[in-house]
Design a protein around this ligand. Structure first.
Ligand SMILES: [Zn+2]
Ligand SMILES: [Zn+2]
Length: 324
């Protein structure tokens, strides 16, 4: 009886323990499933961070991101890498830390089960037949293999996808939604424009000096948000153009430069949907921001020599002549 119990335990446990052959199998939200000693499935829940995010690692580009399970698309089993767009089953996106953790939980459990079986098998029994040699085995229970706990990393940007409501976190700013796959560049742009609008709204409630600071800051933010958006979109579609390297490097802080480059590489007119006066106002705003950012408000030649400024200067001169 003891022999059978021991043999069973050894046959079931040891090969798996020694070879570390623990199957990371079917995916369950936020958990790793393995097979336990009797071949049943064993579910080991992942440990989300304090904000509810669980780490993921792209099997293709090996980059790290996080998502909140339970948000986003219902009943989805796939995951999309926010950086490279690689799509495969969620079970392919475990991080090494999570696998190590699940392995250590499984090993800890299996060794503790093994110890129970052995202890039971060699439980000392009182011998009823005197005169026979009796050998006593004692099973000492050793230390269980330690559990390798882990902590999810901190990432720069948290996004809630406006299309599928998935909450995810990434390095940098721009990303594909890991659930529905939509790119967040437009969402990020809109959010930044909203923030700039809030700054402008605030100017009505503060003194002149602070109002001027807020206006300048809002302008700065709008230009850098647009620059980031434009560059990201060009980067995404650059490989569809004749000169990908140049197309991926278009900058948007100078609107007329960007307009020319877009026309050249993408055959697209950025001003196409604007009236001439809207386009002029945008150029003027971007030039003003250039001054604020690079010259601390000291007017530079580019700005003064721009046709628009020349026209404005002429107007001011003729007005002042009239006043005289
Ligand atoms: Zn990837
Ligand atoms: Zn989404």
């Amino acid at each position: 009886m003891r022999n059978i119990a021991l043999r069973e335990a050894r046959n079931l446990l040891l090969p798996r323990l020694v070879s570390g052959e623990l199957d990371v199998s079917e995916f369950e939200l936020g958990a790793i499933e393995m097979f336990n000693i009797t071949g049943d499935r064993m579910t080991i829940p992942m440990q989300p961070d304090e904000d509810g995010y669980t780490g993921r690692e792209c099997p293709e580009c090996k980059s790290y991101f996080k998502i909140v399970f339970g948000t986003g698309l219902k009943d989805t089993t796939h995951c999309i890498c926010p950086y490279c767009g690689h799509k495969s089953d969620h079970s392919q996106f475990y991080t090494q830390d999570q696998i190590d953790y699940a392995m250590s939980v499984a090993k800890n459990y299996m060794v503790s089960e093994l110890q129970k079986v052995l202890k039971n098998a060699f439980k000392p029994k009182r011998s009823s037949r005197k005169g026979l040699i009796s050998i006593e085995f004692k099973v000492k229970t050793g230390r269980l293999p330690p559990i390798q706990f882990y902590q999810e990393a901190t990432l720069e940007t948290q996004v809630e996808c406006k299309q599928c409501t998935l909450k995810y976190a990434v390095f940098g700013v721009y990303a594909y939604c890991p659930d529905c796959g939509i790119h967040n560049s437009q969402q990020i742009l809109e959010k930044n424009l909203e923030l700039a609008q809030k700054e402008l709204d605030l100017t009505a409630t503060v003194d002149t000096e602070l109002a001027e600071y807020l206006t300048n800051d809002a302008l700065e933010n709008v230009v850098s948000a647009f620059d980031g958006f434009g560059r990201e979109v060009c980067r995404m579609y650059a490989d569809k153009t004749a000169s990908p390297a140049q197309s991926a490097d278009i900058r948007f802080q100078n609107l007329t430069g960007a307009q020319n480059n877009l026309q050249k590489h993408f055959g697209f007119d950025i001003a196409g949907s604007l009236s001439p006066s809207e386009w002029s106002a945008a150029i003027r705003g971007f030039q003003k921001r250039h001054l604020l950012a690079h010259n601390s408000g000291v007017i530079d030649d580019d700005y003064v020599q721009s046709p628009m400024m020349q026209r404005q200067l002429k107007d001011v001169k003729s007005q002042s002549r009239r006043v005289k």
